[in-house]
Design a protein around this ligand. Sequence first.
Ligand code: KIV
Ligand code: ZN
Length: 386
Amino acid sequence: MTQDRVLIFDTTLRDGEQSPGATMTHEEKLEIAELLDDMGVDIIEAGFPIASEGDFRAVSEIAKRSKNSTICGLARANFKDIERCAEAVKHAGSGRIHTFIGTSPLHRAIPNLDMDQMAERIHETVTHARNLCDNVQWSPMDATRTEWDYLCRVIEIAIKAGATTINIPDTVGYTAPRESADLIRRLIETVPGADEVIFATHCHNDLGMATANSLAAVEAGARQIECTINGLGERAGNTALEEVVMALKVRNDIMPFQTGIDTTKIMNISRRVATASGFAVQFNKAIVGKNAFAHESGIHQDGMLKNKETFEIMRPEDVGLAGTSLPLGKHSGRAALRAKLESLGYELADNQLKDLFVRFKDLADRKKEVYDDDLIALIRQNDTVE
Ligand code: KIV
Ligand code: ZN
């Protein structure tokens, strides 16, 4: 892997599905995994095999079917979880076990382990995972609220025990971009053996900073981003795949990193995940929202009709959309109205357009959006054209 290649680890089917109410059926998971595989996702976290019979079946089946992606399953820090996970991912051309434990003071209190006991548990479980699979990812859950010295100590243990990827989760979306970058940079500089593994960033969006935090981590040396389609995930969600991938593509001038994602497949999978999870995408969501490439105001529409770069920093075709949309509403101007009429096959003289524009504004004041049929009705009402 070249230094500027960033791996995309998609966890829509694991962390995304953990979102309350987002449960997907077996068939939906297989279909989404196929789309992820096809769009160039490097690693698909397909589920948590010990969590249920259904999750085990889904991870095993996805592992059997995957063509290009590495298939990963999640396991807590115990032998039973790890063995179940190994059993599920063994069918993949390339499989990975992802094992984790909460290392911050708050999380250490839950299994009631002191620092030494937890360190010993990490050593035993990562060693066991590595004996069952060549590809092992280890995560200190709540890393961003773990004491610095202890974090370095446990990461070193995990690397020595055979972990090949070290993931740094911001489990509760607490960090901020500069801190996210500093943490990754200092870990890579400090922990012995850090240069032999890949560091990953796994951010949650509780303060709306997941994308910024992930990109800052990449600039500081992380080479795997963990993310989900549409940012699906617990609470405010995870880093959105479409956002980090398009940010790296559009601002490659200042973030010179490559992913293997075919971005023209983004819209299709976004829609599929929205239907399968039942989580509609907000209209103004970056990249995949209904309004992400729509312009209603007169000034913007006029600009777009003259030169698309006036108000768009990326091409809608690059994310799999047919094109820009210029919906007509009360903020729209004459230029957009004329363009719409021409696309519907109506050529209006200037005086006819002037008259129609007044009646269009009147209707637009009463209606959120003026559709093609509304316009045709307006034209016919007054016989503006034959
Ligand atoms: O957010 C988190 O800490 C996780 C871990 C299981 C990696 O999802
Ligand atoms: Zn998470």
